[in-house]
Structure formats: C-alpha cells, structure tokens
Ligand binder design. Structure first.
Ligand code: HSE
Length: 433
C-alpha cells in the first residue's frame, strides 16, 4: 500500500512514548505533508505491566521483539531500546527482512555503523539515525542534505547536555564537579551510567557519527581521542574565566593537511565565540564548509519531545521513500574514498595550550621551566604567577602559542620529573575556532 506506512516500535520508554505522542498529536499535519497515513502496528516492550504515560490499544503491545522485526504487517522498524547487544540483533534482523529501520541509538551506530549500513545496502532498505546526535537538532540532515555540496572543513560540537550543564554551574556558581553531577542525574539529564557522559564517551559516539558522515567512511571509535570532565578542577574554570575563556567539552572534527582529526576533550574557547555562550543542558553544533562558510545549530540535545521530533522526521523520510518507491534517494550514509581513512594521531595535532603548574617558590624555578619549553620548540604567550597558597608551592598559569601535542607532552613530562615541580601539570587545549 503506497499511501500507508506500517510502523513497529522496539521500546516504549521515554523516546518511544514521545514518538507515539507526536505521531498521534500531529497525525493530520503529517498526513497533509506526506500524503501518507502512518500507523503504529505493534510496540515491543520488556515489561508489559509497566505503567505508561499514554494509553495505547493493549492489543498492539507485545513482549516478543520478533513480532516487530519479522512481521509481515510492518514496513518500518523503529529501534528505541538502546545498548549495542540486543539492539544490534534486532536491527540486523529487521534489515535482513527487508524492512527499513529508524534508530536513536548513538553507541550502536558509532560502533557498528559499517556492518549495519552494509546490511541495509544488501536489502535495499533505509537506515536513518537523526536522533542519535544532538537530540532534536537536525544535524544529520544538515550534513547529509543541506551541506551536500560542501567540503566540511571542521565541526565543533557541544554534544553532551549533562557535561555542559555541569560546566555552566561550575562556572556561574563556583561549585565543584561532584555535587553538580548528582543534580544533573536527579534532573534526568545523565545516562543510566553517568560515566558515559562525564568521561566523554557519549560525546565521542556522536563525534564519530558526525565525522564518519562528513568524511564518508566509518572511522574507528577506538581511534577517537576521548577525555571527559570528571577531573576538571574549579581552579581551572576560574583561571580560564579570568583569562577570557570558557571551558566546554567539545567534539572536534577537522580536515587539516589532508588528514581527518576527531577528538573529544575539555577545551578553552574565547568567551566571545557563539559556541562559548551555549549554556546549560543545551547542545550546539558549528559547521564550517568551504562554500557555506560558518553555520551554527542550537537546541535541545535530549528529552522526550525533542528526540521524538528527530525520530519522527526520519519516519517521514521513510514514508516518502515508501510512497515514491525510491529507497536510498537520500542515502543515510554514503561510503567513499575522497578522504583518508586513518585519523591524524593525537601526538600530531597543533593548537594552543593552557597549562597550570605547581612550582617550588625559589630562585631559578621559572628559568628551568622556560628553558624546558624552549628545548621542545614551545613558545609562551602568557605566564602568570599568582601568590603562593601554601608555604612551598606557587601556581603558575601558562598559555602557549601554537605547539605540537607531542612536544607539549614531552615538555610537561620533563617538568613533572624536574625537582622544581610539586604536582602533575594540568593541560587543557585551546581552540580559537
Ligand atoms: N546523556 C545525554 C546528554 C543524553 O546529556 O546529552 C542525550 O544523548
């Protein structure tokens, strides 16, 4: 039936509830826009007795996922259970049965994208994943369609709302990391395992998806450099503010000197940059293309309605493909060889650095430190020594000019091992954008 799309949903949690609500509330509008009727044929759940926010016909609820993935009366499977084990089996089963799939599952796409897209290609099925990155922000469509005629020079993303919420509170209220994390969890921002947020993994999954889409190859998640915010000290947030910067956890994707970089780490951004002004639980993505120039997306990176909005936009794409019998007119992922597949090793990146040292308060100390930086070809832009807060040790804040990461690491190791250093040096990268 070309005017009807029959949908089966795996998972009836927060996002599943949002999708059912959205498809119901705006059914007439979606039908006008697509010329299609979208019906939910079945929903597979793990706990049939759980109390739900919305009522659906009990006859469409099942605990058997195969009644969605293998059913003849379902054209599209929407995977909303999360995780990479069962979700992968179900998505592969659906694709192998020739059904199109929509998923919000970032870790599944980041880790198994290559295999899943091969299965989709083999079955000539669509596999869409808009909700996997930045919740309600249409960044996948933006890259895939809006910037299809551009070489993407770089992408900077605030991709984890929990971390951005914590950093904003640390900056505005001078509070420490641990108590704010607890509040973020209580507000429902954090993943079930908050390490995924605060150690940077959630942002890394999203970064890997965006970078793979921008450069047409499934990059290996294990090659993406990942640092989180759990060890960030309030002192560095204050120092950054005094020097005119904000600290943000960024996903950074660049194509420099013929190689692709992908990394996630706390980053000092000049306070006047638009991305530095993105506060609280929101997400934002800045894209620079060789023709479009700079473009910026901003909005809710999580939450029931925002995430469901992206899932529904993918459902609408599948419905239109179904109507026109044109699977893959807008392929969700196109593999090509225009760019190199290997990522630039982290030791090779070049940027400016913020460094905090704890040094012995005695004659000659700064001379020893600056000569070590000089030995590794590192030029210093700013050196600030503040009053000693203990009897022996003084904090020294340094901003470097552009330097190679390998040289910075070697210099900091030598400083740490020298007799003038009282603690492990702190290093945070700076991006001028
Ligand atoms: N825990 C994630 C965040 C949810 O904080 O952004 C959306 O992926």
């Amino acid at each position: 039936m070309a005017d009807k799309l029959r949908v089966g949903i795996l998972g009836f949690g927060t996002v599943g509830t949002g999708v059912v609500k959205g498809l119901t509330k705006n059914a007439e509008l979606i039908a006008f826009r697509t010329g299609m009727t979208i019906t939910i044929t079945r929903i597979a759940v793990s706990n049939i007795n759980r109390k739900r926010e919305i009522e659906v016909n009990p006859a469409i609820i099942t605990t058997d996922a195969s009644q969605v993935t293998d059913a003849d009366d379902i054209d599209l499977v929407v995977e909303l259970i999360g995780g990479t084990d069962l979700a992968k089996d179900y998505v592969l089963a659906a694709l192998n049965n020739g059904k199109s799939v929509v998923t919000a599952n970032k870790s599944l796409i980041a880790k198994h994208g290559e295999e899943l897209f091969q299965a989709a290609k083999k079955s000539d099925a669509d596999l869409y994943y808009e909700a996997s990155v930045a919740g309600g922000i249409p960044i996948i469509k933006g890259l895939r369609e809006g910037f299809a005629g551009n070489h993407i020079e770089c992408i900077y993303g605030i991709l984890n709302g929990t971390c951005n919420y914590i950093l904003t509170r640390m900056e505005n209220e001078g509070v420490d990391f641990e108590p704010v994390l607890k509040e973020a969890q209580a507000l429902g921002y954090a993943e079930a395992d908050p390490e995924l947020d605060v150690e940077g993994w959630d942002a890394a999954h999203k970064t890997c998806i965006l970078g793979s889409l921008a450069y047409g190859a499934w990059y290996d998640m294990d090659e993406v450099h990942v640092e989180g915010i759990s060890t960030l000290d309030q002192q560095d947030v204050k120092n950054a503010a005094n020097l005119g910067y904000k600290i943000k956890l960024l996903g950074i994707i660049k194509h420099d000197s013929d190689q692709v970089q992908m990394r996630v780490h706390p980053t000092l951004l000049p306070q006047d940059k638009m991305l530095a002004k993105v506060d609280g639980v929101n997400n934002s993505v800045c894209v620079t293309g060789d023709f479009v120039g700079d473009a910026m997306f901003y909005g809710q990176g999580a939450g029931m309605e925002a995430t469901a909005s992206s899932v529904i936009s993918d459902i609408v794409d599948v419905a239109l493909n179904w109507k026109h019998k044109v699977n893959n007119r807008l392929p969700a992922f196109v593999e090509h060889t225009h760019y190199q597949k290997n990522l630039l090793p982290m030791s090779e990146i070049v940027c400016r650095y913020y460094i905090r040292l704890a040094l012995a308060d005695k004659p000659g100390t700064l001379g020893i430190v600056t000569s070590i930086f000089g030995k590794y070809d590192i030029s210093l832009e700013t050196v600030l020594q503040t009053a000693s807060d203990s009897t022996n040790s003084v904090p020294v804040i340094i901003i470097t000019h552009q330097a190679k990461e390998a040289n910075i690491r070697a210099a900091l190791k030598e400083i740490e091992e020298s007799p003038v250093s009282d603690a492990k040096p702190i290093m945070i990268r700076i991006e001028d954008m």
